[in-house]
Design a protein around this ligand. Structure first.
Ligand SMILES: Nc1ncnc2c1ncn2[C@@H]1O[C@H](COP(=O)(O)OP(=O)(O)OP(=O)(O)O)[C@@H](O)[C@H]1O
Length: 240
């Protein structure tokens, strides 16, 4: 079984942001990283993809990703950052092709899967915030890498698009490892195979969605929380 094995620490200068964060993600799994603002979630993804240089190890299928050249690493792992607007003049199709290992066929399939194929010749700057996020996800899909990391992939999406994207990520995770930072705990509860809760740069809790207890949410987020069951789905209600 191919797995991503992680044990890392990271500091921005003097400031420890990740402390011995250790976890394993296996092929076929959608892992959601949750936790309050500033917990270290984005920093963790940036360390995994090699944008930041952590202490420790990140291995995929036995290969230490931290020692690979960026181009070799990019074959194995793709990162979809938090959405920010592009300034450059590309068409949507050109933008999705930018991935180092994207082929024409992959690009077409990826654009179709996120619903942007018909608009492929428009300028990327013509997209709305949510549509741009879909283009970023298409770019990751077109890469075809084994591990896909996404930082808040649904943050700019309406509820319908958010559900579509979570379905898409779930489908992607069958043949890969998908790790997504999610603020929407209900999407995490519904779609993730496993949750990892980061707090103050440490792994505070890890488990299956059905194992998450409201007390853990109350303790970490400082809000009252209840978990109800609706048609077999666990739904988190916060603040009541
Ligand atoms: N470039 C940087 N230099 C110094 N400190 C940083 C830098 N980037 C982030 N930090 C700090 O590291 C901590 C973790 O930030 P990070 O962005 O990883 O959190 P996060 O869990 O993704 O938060 P959010 O949910 O708000 O996006 C925060 O306290 C933040 O202020």
């Amino acid at each position: 079984m191919k797995a991503l094995e992680v044990k890392i620490s990271f500091a921005y200068g003097e400031r420890d942001v990740l402390r011995e964060v250790e976890f394993t993600a296996e092929r076929g799994e959608l892992l959601a990283i949750i936790g309050p603002n500033g917990a270290g979630k984005s920093t963790l993804l940036k360390c995994l993809v090699g944008i930041l240089r952590p202490e420790g190890r990140v291995t995929f299928d036995g290969t230490n990703l931290l020692e690979l050249k960026p181009r070799e690493r990019a074959k194995l792992i793709t990162y979809v950052p938090q959405s920010s607007f592009p300034e450059f003049a590309f068409t949507i199709e050109e933008f999705v092709e930018l991935g180092t290992y994207a082929t024409k066929g992959n690009v077409e399939e990826a654009l179709k899967r996120v619903g942007l194929w018909e608009r492929r010749n428009e300028q990327i700057t013509a997209l709305s915030g949510g549509e741009y996020q879909l283009a970023l996800i298409a770019r990751a899909l077109a890469q075809g890498s084994e591990v896909v990391l996404l930082d808040e992939p649904t943050s700019h999406l309406d509820i319908n698009r958010a559900l579509e994207i979570m379905e898409l990520l779930k489908g992607m995770s069958r043949e890969r490892i998908v790790i997504a930072v999610l603020h929407d705990l209900n999407l995490a509860l519904r779609y993730a195979d496993r949750l990892m809760l980061l707090h103050n740069g440490q792994k505070h809790w890890e488990g299956k969605p059905e194992e998450l207890k409201p007390e853990i949410i109350e303790e970490i987020y400082g809000v009252k929380a209840r978990i109800a069951e609706v048609d077999g789905h666990r739904v988190l209600l916060a603040g009541i």
